[in-house]
Design a binder for this molecule. Structure first.
Ligand code: HPA
Length: 248
């Protein structure tokens, strides 16, 4: 049977162009409201389910996202994998706006987010393995999907997740670089670990939309105009990779 993927769209991807919507499902969860209704439809003729992480009107800040409700809702409709699309800053100096990465590691700098399903009186504590936080088969499929349409992606790298919603200071980015991070975003955690808790394969497709604070062209400040330009162009390429993935 064909797989059904979920796509979680981040900044710049609160709607999927070329996605033919068939139905919307409001999914109740024990953790409250997801970011919006689950949107079912077809992409390149294949069924997928889409969820806009920041809400369909892009009104939910990274620290306000109900990650537990989002991942729980997707688990209830039995998706075979989650592709999480993310806009990120490039920390490594060779990662320029427009570059795409499928990271293989995470460092989590967030705090105060509902980060586990295994808490409360009724739930036994569980310590999931998270040595390799992303699903390797899904990462490989994404890389293959990109290669087959001649989209260059950097396979492997470390995603740092900061709390936001502000961007980082130059000193914070230097610290993340010393820690070994290559890219930085605000929404990858606890999304990835919650998916692992429920056994759902999860991978990130990250689009670099700016050089991180203090790096290269962002030495003095980060240009929002450039971010907007890069997002518009880059998300078209992300869409191409997703279309290629669902047809594999
Ligand atoms: N930092 C954190 N999150 C981001 C950035 C950044 O520079 N760019 C896009 N998301």
């Amino acid at each position: 049977m064909k797989r059904m993927y979920a796509v979680i769209g981040g900044s710049g991807l609160s709607q999927l162009p070329e996605f033919e919507v068939t139905r919307r499902q409001v999914q109740r969860t024990p953790y409250g409201e997801p970011s919006g209704a689950l949107t079912f439809g077809t992409l390149a003729g294949t069924e997928i389910v889409f969820l806009a992480r920041h809400g369909y009107g892009h009104t939910i800040a990274p620290h306000e996202i109900n990650y537990r409700a989002n991942i729980w809702a997707l688990s209830q409709v039995e998706v075979d994998g989650i592709v999480a699309v993310a806009s990120v800053g490039g920390i490594r100096s060779d990662l320029m706006p427009g570059h795409l990465m499928i990271p293989d590691q995470i460092i989590d700098y967030t705090h105060g987010r509902g980060a586990t399903f295994f808490e409360g009186q009724e739930e036994p504590v569980q310590h999931i393995d998270f040595t390799w936080p992303y699903d390797n088969a899904l990462r490989t499929a994404l890389a293959h999907a990109a290669n087959s349409i001649n989209e260059e992606v950097v396979s492997g790298g470390c995603y740092a997740c900061t709390q936001g919603p502000r961007l980082e200071t130059a000193a914070e980015i230097k610290r993340l670089a010393r820690d070994g991070a290559d890219i930085v975003g605000m929404t990858g955690m606890p999304e990835a670990s919650l998916a692992r808790e429920l056994g759902i394969p999860y991978a990130h497709l990250a689009l670099v939309v700016n050089q991180a604070a203090g790096v290269g062209d962002s030495a003095l400040e980060i240009s929002h105009a450039e971010i907007t330009r890069t997002v518009q162009d880059g998300m078209g390429r992300v869409l191409g990779i997703l279309k290629s993935l669902v047809q594999l």
